[in-house]
Design a binder for this molecule. Sequence first.
Ligand code: ZN
Length: 393
Amino acid sequence: MVAIDDAASAPLVRGAEAAIGASEPVEALPMNDPIQITLPDGSVRIFERDTTGMQIANSISPRLAQASLGIFVNNVPYDLSTPITQDASVRIVQWRDEEGKSIFWHSSAHLMAEAVEALYPGTRFGIGPPIENGWYYDMELPEGVKLTPPDLDKISEKMAELAQRDVPYIRIEKGYEEAIEYFKEKGDWLKLELLDGLKGQAITFYQQGEFTDLCRGTHVPSTGKIKFAKLLSIAGAYWRGDIKRPMLTRLYGVSFPTKKELDDFVKAREEAEKRDHRKLGKELELFLLTPKIGGGLPVWLPNGAIVRYALETFLRRVQQRRGYDQVVTPHIGNLELYKTSGHYPYYAESQFPPIVVDDEQYLLKPMNCPHHFTIYNSKPHSYRDLPVRLAEY
Ligand SMILES: [Zn+2]
């Protein structure tokens, strides 16, 4: 393996670089051990084996290298520091890419964990995935520690301080026993339980600054990327979503590469909170939500019923104008209907269980379309009748 410190001096001219200063004309030498890297535009470039994503980014442009957060090699995400060992198609991701944001936010979760560990030593960490807007991390805080909103600002500040250090996220391969030893010594039963599910798999740790985590990756090159982070909220979450397991503390946060993006996000969030349907529903007496009736089961109050009626009337008018016929179907349907439609096996776990009456099983209607197909199938049609438009509420 030949180390290339600065890939901006493109690997293809490595031989020529060595010849600088000699009186002979500079001539490109054949490269040792080349691999072909296919870029998203289909162009193919030759690099030395073990070239990293960062070196590829640098060979394209230093600005791209600066903006790069990770690389997909044959559609699998990798750190930019991972050597590429064979011919491959690659795609470098940046903040503007969804995958880039995920890598950025997941890396932020590690940084937040480092901040939490610094402020509350003895915290145990569960999982910290990226989500739609930011990340969360589930943790068990030391006995007696209970976080309040001002603590979130303290953790955000600590994150900013740690980001200043701009240290790399380092991937460390571990033997299974060694990994167990590490978390035993740390007393982190959450990670030990996660490790239990990883028997026989390659174990990797990631270390940044003072913090080491069990993680598969991928991460941004260094903590300096995460300059503008903010913790958003605290919630309780059962370990592994199991009501019989301990309740952990879940911290939500979000981060951005620029201050403006963070400020805009915080402002938009405040505006959205003002318009939260749970808040407005109560204030305007639109609907009532009460555990006496059941979570997520709104009762429409007179004001809400007026709004609802207006919306339904509007909808009916628009649908009529567009040639829809109205139908009404029952709220439950025979389970066989959803097996025929193909919905049942896929949605079985997210639905209410079947209602059993005599020997038949019925489902609370999860969608209208199987009923509509049944209406369509109830008599022969000519292709001239298509499209058939059915609407219901
Ligand atoms: Zn990670």
